[in-house]
Ligand binder design. Sequence first.
Ligand code: MIG
Length: 637
Amino acid sequence: MVRKYVFGEPIETEAVIQNVENCTGPLTHLSQTTGKDGCPSFSCKLADEDIVYGLGEAPRGINKRGHIYESFNSDDPYHTEEKRSLYGSHNFLVISGSRHFGLFVDCGAQVTFDICYTDIDTLTIRPSVPDLKLYIIDGDSDIDIVRQFRRLIGKSYTAPFWAFGFQQSRWSYYTADDVRKVVKGYRENNIPLDAVYLDIDYMEAYKDFTVSSERFPDFEKFVSEMRSDGIHLVPIIDAGVKIEDGYDVYEEGKEKGFFCKRKDGTDFVAGVWPGRIHFPDFLSSDARRWFGDKYKTLIDAGIDGFWNDMNEPAMFYTEEGIQDAVDYLKDFDFSCNDSNKFFELGGRVGGLANRRKDYAAMYHNIDGKTVCHEKVHNLFGFNMTRAAAEAFERIAPDKKILLFSRSSYIGMHRYGGIWTGDNQSWWSHILLNIKMMPSLNMCGFLYTGADLGGFGTNCTEDLLLRWLAFGIFTPLMRNHSALGTRDQECYRFKHTDWFRGIIELRYRLIPYLYDEYIKACENDDMLFKPLGFEFPDDEMARRTEDQLFVGSSIMTAPIYEQNAAGRYVYLPEEMLFVRFKGSSACHREVLKKGIHYITASLDEVPLFIRKGRSLTLYSPASSTEKLTRTEPETFSF
Ligand code: MIG
């Protein structure tokens, strides 16, 4: 049962595709107050046993209690505990315990979720604008509420089969030869691989939809050379369009008025990788259509996968921001004896990126109406990805194209997946990856995954092995790392055979994973479920945050601590424990309900099969196109 409440005059986000009558009756579950600024806020008391699930891409736990979160899409490469925002805004919660209900705050502007932060027993939601829609969903169980919500927002994007293969990325492989070397590294070591990513340096001067002819001569031929070796190339597309005379995307966008504006109607300028850029106005349907069609150049060259980046949108600086800093410095009192002023100075000069003041100075044209960016900030990345997906329908309707984005809002799940952005080579980020997966799934993002091995800082062999042992379950299984960090391709480390084993196990699992993934897309279901979703009466299961169900047959309990020989696992029912050494099962044991210590060395993967269910693995292959459903091996009990 879904109730929809409308406040003020909301800007359509297009997150919801089902028609729901406006409810004029009293608000259920929540109490409402209105602030001096005219913005409503909603709150309710929570009982001790209540768990708050949701928020998709957000820091902290599966249970979101005990922190304050702000839905305001942010390019922040330090995903530490105290953070309130990441790249996406997914304003959906399920309250589960003494009572059951779900809520979705449909609003493109900033929304704050104070989940027992200010008051340990109270959930308070504060939108930053008076105009929004609020959906309240009643249901019998957690999954029932999630599925009702998912019906509301429409079916999730389905990725091509090959996108379940192992993928290698780095910022950057600069030349075609760099890419060839990576492929050779994998092929020579017999480690399966399906895709290599092209980060910003494949472009000519960071200009979208160009390819450097110097570093990638005869690109089309190179793409087909890679394809004949089972490799898909996946280029990045950034949100900002370089300002450069003679560059067609710039010239056309300018002439047609497709860029975001300043208040005075001139094109808004920011600085990102290409230097000075304009942002295409993705909130405008005409601009979307125009920008989307640009992907055709690369599709014509044989490309069938893209990742959309910097679409929060991220800004390194604006000229207005620099001017503010310069003005501040001009007036700075150098003889001042106040050390606080020193910190202020640092902030003024160091705080040029992603300024709220700059977002507030940017304007969109939504169906002829001028709208300040602040009001629709969280919809920008969504609509960039939508622009691409809608264009793919026109350009290549028969082709399944891989598409995922960094920034997102609910609704974008119909058009593409997401990756979870710039994490670090930290053990705690394996755990964050585990905890985020079910939350993302609740919000419709099923094709998703983290940068395996960690993006920032230097990865170690053991970290990558343990991370991959979880990554074999995530639809997007991509190793990616930042400029300046240690080489992180699997073959760069000592025990290439250990990596081969784990990645071969992934390929053995793909038939199961892809089937379960497609089923989850079709049935508005989750691929990753917290234990409490299946065992709602088991308090221990409900409080377990480092184990997940993957599809209907598997439970995973990853090892995410350095130098650990194993870990404690809680089994909410009897299960079959299978330990894989590389891709082959080396130990099987039925374990009773309860707590067990299980061991797994760095080259091993622990896996649990649920009672009455089964898992069939097939033989591995060097890439997905060579996968055959041969040599089935079934685990069940
Ligand atoms: O400012 O394109 O999250 O995956 O490698 C950094 C370079 C821009 C951020 C993405 C990351 C990518 C990087 N990009």
